[in-house]
Design a protein around this ligand. Structure first.
Ligand SMILES: NC(=O)C1=CN([C@@H]2O[C@H](COP(=O)(O)OP(=O)(O)OC[C@H]3O[C@@H](n4cnc5c(N)ncnc54)[C@H](OP(=O)(O)O)[C@@H]3O)[C@@H](O)[C@H]2O)C=CC1
Ligand SMILES: C[C@H]1O[C@H](OP(=O)(O)OP(=O)(O)OC[C@H]2O[C@@H](n3cnc4c(=O)[nH]c(N)nc43)[C@H](O)[C@@H]2O)[C@@H](O)[C@@H](O)C1=O
Length: 314
């Protein structure tokens, strides 16, 4: 790829988009096209089409989406299905219409059936019922994969899809209810330590297993796929390592330095019991993750202290 190619990174202020921008800049890409949500609402078809007509990006990385953890997905199903269908339909169809050379769409491991074989190969897509807490979001993401495939089959449009596992890192969403488990626990344990609270509440049974990938590894994989993969099938992006939510909570407690007790709130949903991705396809293409969970958590906590807590005290 030419380092001066115009690359539109949609969602560049989010967890994934900001990591992709850091990665592209570190590799010497100089012509990044970036718009905030207020500058360009991707749910508006006329606005997206005018933007593409005016700027004609050569490459597009679609990292803008309505995203949230188990509680947000379960509480706002209409938002999760509608906004995601709108954003991806507008961006993929305008990319094709205005001659983008290649687009990379980001889905999620929740596209797979709740009881898929573990580790989950790409071929498990559409082989069984979805996890109910996030089926609305999953249906939108599955439609995104199928839209990329349909444009490739009908129009030879170079649209590819990457399916990341659960991500974390700088610029994550640390909202107490609507975020994913890892940033939620970093914040909750930090606040408990700061206020000398005797216990911290963690949702569910602690038994579900999750695979976590640092967002810098994901960004590396995204750019790797953009530069080197043009297949019909979506590609899993995982770390290959899973931990139980109980183990995660113990690790966050240690990294934050909290000494109180953990209490489990069993009325909260566990979600899918296990979703370890089979990332052997990506590994076969020549890509591997680098960041361990312990190192990634330690760095993310440092980022949280320096960027969220420090700013809150200014
Ligand atoms: N986080 C995770 O664990 C995982 C994420 N993914 C996927 O990665 C992608 C990025 O997720 P992530 O970075 O975590 O999400 P974030 O919520 O951190 O970022 C999403 C970005 O999209 C922007 N956005 C949302 N709606 C619109 C809109 N209507 N118009 C313009 N911009 C909009 C947001 O801007 P604003 O905040 O201003 O609305 C934000 O910058 C998503 O496709 C997600 O499905 C996949 C697996 C796991
Ligand atoms: C990436 C993926 O993310 C979502 O799926 P999820 O993996 O279930 O996401 P989660 O991070 O919110 O929860 C993981 C586990 O952790 C437990 N848990 C404990 N305590 C807290 C807690 O405080 N907050 C949260 N959110 N979860 C908690 C929680 O009960 C669950 O058992 C999808 O909806 C969808 O968005 C998607 O694709």
């Amino acid at each position: 790829m030419d380092k001066s190619a115009t690359i539109f990174v949609a969602g560049h202020r989010g967890l994934v988009g900001s990591a992709v921008v850091r990665k592209l800049q570190s590799l010497g890409y100089t012509n990044l096209l970036l718009r905030t949500h207020s500058e360009l609402d991707l749910t508006s078809q006329p606005a997206v089409d005018s933007f593409f007509a005016a700027h004609k990006p050569q490459y597009v990385i679609l990292a803008a989406a309505k995203v949230g953890g188990i509680h947000a997905n379960n509480t706002y199903p209409a938002d999760f299905i509608t906004i995601n269908l709108q954003i991806q339909t507008n961006v993929i169809s305008s990319s094709f219409k205005h001659n983008t050379q290649k687009i990379l769409f980001l889905g999620s491991s929740c596209i797979y059936p709740k009881f898929a074989p573990q580790p989950i190969p790409e071929s498990s897509l559409l082989t069984g019922p979805l996890e109910p807490t996030n089926e609305w979001y999953a249906i939108a993401k599955i439609a995104g994969i199928k839209m990329c495939q349909a444009f490739r089959i009908q129009h030879s449009f170079n649209a590819i899809s990457a399916m990341p596992t659960n991500l974390y890192g700088p610029n994550d969403n640390f909202h107490p209810e609507n975020s994913h488990v890892l940033p939620a626990l970093l914040r909750r344990f930090h606040e408990a330590k700061a206020s000398n609270a005797e216990r911290v509440v963690v949702w569910g049974s602690g038994k579900p297993l999750r695979e976590f990938l640092h967002v810098d590894d994901l960004a590396d994989a995204v750019v790797f796929l953009l530069e080197s993969y043009s297949g019909l099938e979506h590609v899993n992006v995982g770390s290959g390592k899973e931990v139980s939510i109980k183990e995660l909570a113990e690790l966050v407690k240690e990294v934050v330095g909290y000494e109180g007790e953990i209490v489990w709130e069993s009325s909260k949903p566990d979600g899918t019991p296990r979703k370890l991705m089979d990332s052997s396809k990506l590994e076969g293409l020549g890509w591997k993750p680098k960041v361990t969970l312990k190192d990634g958590l330690t760095d993310t906590y440092r980022w949280y202290l320096e960027n969220v807590i420090a700013n809150a005290h200014q």
